[in-house]
Design a binder for this molecule. Structure first.
Ligand code: PEP
Length: 254
């Protein structure tokens, strides 16, 4: 019997929306997103809006995520935000997004430390992995994604792994309007990522972990991704800022 994995759709607002606009966006999303209780729905606003958005979503079944966290819990780390600060405010946290890898020097090692910090603080990490266009063209996409997943999960106890989510986001598909093919996304999820998870954690655990696709997901292509057997939902950037389009993506996962 196929494992039961609740579909998950996550909106990454990136560095968009002032605190006032973030609350307005939340108000606009609320009535439409509540129509799809069979899908776990998460929004990831900027840090400065987390409290307001979380407050607005209290007593709803829409969850909040942060876009990053630092691996230490406290101390002299000017500008950083830690797990204990986020815990209680949000349930999920993005880790190793390709924009952070490309612009802010994040590596597999810092992703690993962040995954551990998230788990230690009862946050569910959404580990983002994916190859660049150069890597794809050089024929090393599988190798890159395998390494990213394996390294980020090094040393993690299989008992603590359940809440983790993996987002396969080919870098060349993010914000470009050029999505991967659903079959390629499914092959990366089911043929590459899940076997890496299985080799580390055992097949049963690996079968329970949700793998999302991200990269130019829209209302018109979402259903073709979500109908793939190993794609358990989506990580949505640009389209998550448009309430009707985000809701249509969620509806495709329902
Ligand atoms: C992302 O930033 O994670 C993303 C998938 O962006 P977009 O949907 O805009 O391609």
């Amino acid at each position: 019997m196929a494992p039961l994995r609740t579909p998950l759709v996550v909106g990454n607002w990136k560095m968009n929306a002032s605190p006032t606009e973030a609350v307005r966006l939340t108000e606009a999303l609320l009535p439409i997103l509540t129509r799809f209780p069979s899908v776990e729905r998460v929004v990831c606003p900027p840090f400065v809006s987390l409290t307001d958005v979380a407050r607005r979503l209290e007593r709803t079944d829409i969850l909040v995520g942060a876009q990053d966290l630092f691996w230490e819990d406290s101390g002299a780390w000017t500008g950083e935000v830690s797990g204990p600060m986020l815990r209680g405010l949000c349930r999920y946290v993005l880790v190793g997004h390709s924009e952070r890898r490309a612009q802010f020097g994040e590596t597999d090692e810092t992703a690993r430390k962040r995954v551990q910090a998230a788990l230690r603080n009862e946050l569910r990490p959404i580990l983002c992995v994916g190859e660049t266009l150069d890597e794809r063209e050089a024929g090393v996409a599988v190798e890159v994604v395998t390494r990213q997943v394996a390294r980020a999960l090094e040393g993690i106890e299989s008992g603590s792994i359940n809440p983790i989510v993996i987002a396969y986001e080919p870098v060349w598909a993010i914000g470009t309007g050029r999505a991967a093919s659903p079959a390629d996304a499914n092959e990366m999820a089911g043929g590459v990522i899940r076997p890496v998870l299985a080799s580390k954690l055992g097949a049963d655990k690996a079968a329970q972990i949700r793998i999302l696709y991200g990269g130019s997901l829209t209302a018109s292509n979402a259903a073709s991704f979500f109908s793939q057997v190993d794609v358990d939902g989506g990580l949505v950037g640009g389209a998550s800022l448009r309430p009707d389009e985000f809701a249509a993506i969620v509806s495709a996962a329902a």
